[in-house]
Each structure stands twice: as C-alpha cells, then as structure tokens.
Write a protein that binds this ligand. Structure first.
Ligand SMILES: *Cc1c(COP(=O)(O)O)cnc(C)c1O
Length: 379
C-alpha cells in the first residue's frame, strides 16, 4: 500500500531514531564515521561527501514525494542541474532548452557547459510541433523543460514532451521548482528526471539553499550518485534537516499559496495599471487547460506587465510594504521583484530576455486581504 502525498512528506525516509526514539531525524553533524575494523562500516556510512544519514533521510523523502526510484540532494539547484547534465551528457552532445527559464539555468548552459562542449538550441518548449521539428533537424541528448516557467509562467504538456523526446531518442528533464511535487509529478507523466531548487517551495522558509535530482531509473541514479560523490556539491546535514522540515508542511503551504495567488491574479486582471497578468489559473492563460490537466492547482507565482512601462514596474517593486523586494521565491513570506534587472539579468540580450515592464510576485501565505491592499497601494 502506498501512502498519500501528505503522509509521505511527513514520514518517508524518517523512521524514529532506533537508538533514542527521536521522532525527528537528528542532524548528523559529522564528516566521518568510526569503522569496526578496516572496512567495517556501520550502516554503510564512511565519509559525509559520499553519504550522511540526515541527507539520506532527505534523499529518500524526495524520491518518495516525486514518485522516483532515488533522490539526490545537492548544495544548490544549479549544482543539481550541473551534476545531472554532466552525468547524462558527453562533450559534443546537444540539448534543447526553453525560451523561458530561470536565468541561472540559461547561464549554466550558455556560459559554463558550452565551454565543456555541450551545445544548445532554444525552443518554445510549450510548442510540441516546434520541439518535434527541432529534434528532427538535429538530434538532442536532453530536452530541458520548466513548467510553469520562470518568470513568464508558460505551461508545457509534460506527457506530450516526454513522448516527443523519447521518440527522438532524447531524455526529458523537468525543473519542477515552481509547481513542487504536491502540485505536479513529472515522472508519472513520463519525464526521466526531475530537478529542484529546494531553496524554494520545498524548503519553504527562505532559510536554506539546496537542490535535488530525482531519477526514474535505478541505473542512471547510480551514475548520478557516483558523479555527486566525485564532484562533491552535496547538501550538508543542517541544510538537509531544514529542507526535510520544510517538506513536512509543503501540502498545507501550497494550498494557501495557490488560493492567495488566485485571488491576487484576479485582482490584478481588473486593475487599470496592469496590462497583462501571467497566471496559469486564469482561464484566459494560453496554458490553462494543460495546467488544469497536469497540476492539482496553479501555484503561488504570479507575474504581470505594468501598463505604464519599465520605470513604473521598477517603482512598483519599491513601494510595497508586505511584499519584500528580493530575489528567490517559494517562502511563506511574499516577495516582489523586477526580473529584467534582478533574477533574469543574466539573460539580457539573449533569446531568453524578459520584458522590461514585467513584475514577478512570489505570493506568500499571509492574509490575502492584507496582500491585496499592499499591492493596490503600490500600483
Ligand atoms: C532558483 C531556481 C533554480 C536555481 O536554484 P538555486 O538553488 O538558486 O541554485 C533553478 N530553477 C528554478 C526554476 C529556480 O527558480
């Protein structure tokens, strides 16, 4: 019998400590482990880059809540992406990347992995015909997808992408950071790997930076684990513990994030200072039907374009009282930012450049009336 999401989030990988009965997995703040005679490892632990019990608890929990065979926890989302790509790709390989994605992901492909010999082409990942045509022109090892995307909230049909990628001999990676596994489970829809910035909704409290890869097959997972140990960007014990604690409340937090975001999107859609609201929960959103089919709800991220242009968008970001002007997202507190000058500055001048009048909101779990009043006075 498999437990439901909410149950797995609290219990998976987290049996009470056999020695003391501690209900919460301890922070094993240790780099090394006593051996009972040379090679006599207790429970397989040898050195904390290779494995640490607090990290193991997190990795088992991540695998369970994404429906994968194995989870691997990293020092950041980008470390997870880098390790996955250098495990499944070889220099000379080609990858398809979205025309809208986290700026740091784009920078990793364009400025770091390009020098390692990994070439990329940019496609509108929500357009299956465009993806199929690209793959027919030039085979790719990996199709990289984000859905919903950061910061334009574009939606891609994961099952159709998986079928298209697999038919062309490519692997599908889904960055599930915006949705979280509570709202959407890409592996069940055919994706080969899920990556996360656990810094965001999984951690949920803006107090830890971390990343994860969750794999659908054990053999590749073993190779990623090998690379994780060989390159070493692992999550530390305290970071793993904070992330585990965050995951326990993911379901209840996401319900509230989604409800608040829906109300705010509705308010913005009627506001005269707003030219366009980007939120998959609105029936007018191009990806609404697909999102409704593959997601439990539409998430806590809302972007909008200011009707009066860039200066007005920047000024709005500086006038909120409750929405804190800051990068990042997914915490309990609401954040506001200007992607063009902040999170996505590294995409300037590229195919992934974002509109200058764009404002991005990470809607927190405060009282929705307070949040709406704050946005109204700022606009
Ligand atoms: C933040 C983010 C990342 C990068 O994660 P870090 O933990 O900052 O390294 C990757 N993808 C998305 C969608 C993000 O929002």
């Amino acid at each position: 019998m498999t437990d439901a999401f909410e149950t797995l989030a609290i219990h998976a990988g987290q049996e009470p400590d056999p020695l003391t009965g501690a209900v919460v997995p301890p922070i094993y703040q240790t780099s090394t482990y006593k051996q009972d005679g040379v090679g006599g490892l207790r429970s397989g632990y040898e050195y904390s880059r290779s494995a640490n019990p607090t990290r193991t608890a997190l990795e088992d929990c991540l695998a369970a809540i994404e429906g994968g065979v194995r989870g691997l926890a990293f020092a950041s989302g980008l470390a997870a992406e880098d390790c996955l790509l250098r495990t499944v790709c070889r220099p000379g390989d080609h990858v398809l990347i979205p025309d809208d994605a986290y700026g740091g992901t784009y920078r990793l492909f364009a400025r770091v992995l390009a020098d390692w010999g990994l070439s990329h082409a940019v496609v509108p990942i929500g357009d299956i015909t465009a993806v199929r045509e690209r793959l027919a022109t030039r085979p790719a090892r990996v199709v990289w997808a984000e859905t919903p995307t950061n910061p334009l909230l574009g939606v891609a049909d994961i099952r159709a992408l998986a079928d298209t990628a697999h038919a062309a001999g490519a692997l599908l990676v889904v960055d599930n950071t915006f949705a979280s596994p509570y709202l959407q489970q890409p592996l069940a829809l055919g994706a080969d790997f899920v990556v996360h910035s656990t810094t965001k909704y999984l951690g949920g409290h803006s107090d830890v930076v971390g990343g994860a890869v969750i794999a659908a097959d054990a053999q590749t997972a073993e190779r990623i684990a090998y690379h994780q140990n060989a390159t070493g960007a692992v999550a530390g014990p305290f970071d793993s513990w904070l992330t585990l604690r965050g995951i326990k409340t993911l379901a209840v937090r996401m319900d509230r994030h989604c409800a608040n975001a829906m109300r705010i999107a509705g308010m913005l859609a009627e506001h005269l200072a707003v030219a366009e609201v980007l939120y998959p929960g609105l029936p007018t959103h191009a990806g609404h039907k697909t999102a409704a089919a593959q997601m439990r709800a539409f998430g806590g991220m809302v972007s909008f374009r200011h009707a009066a242009g860039e200066q007005a968008a920047v000024a709005t970001c500086g006038r909120t009282r409750l929405f804190t002007l800051a990068e990042s997202l997914g915490g309990v507190e609401s954040l506001i930012e200007h992607p063009g000058r902040m999170t996505h500055a590294s995409a300037a001048g590229s195919a992934l450049e974002v509109p200058p009048d764009l404002v991005r909101l990470s809607v927190g779990i405060e009282d929705p009336d307070d949040l709406i009043a704050d946005l109204r006075q700022a606009l």
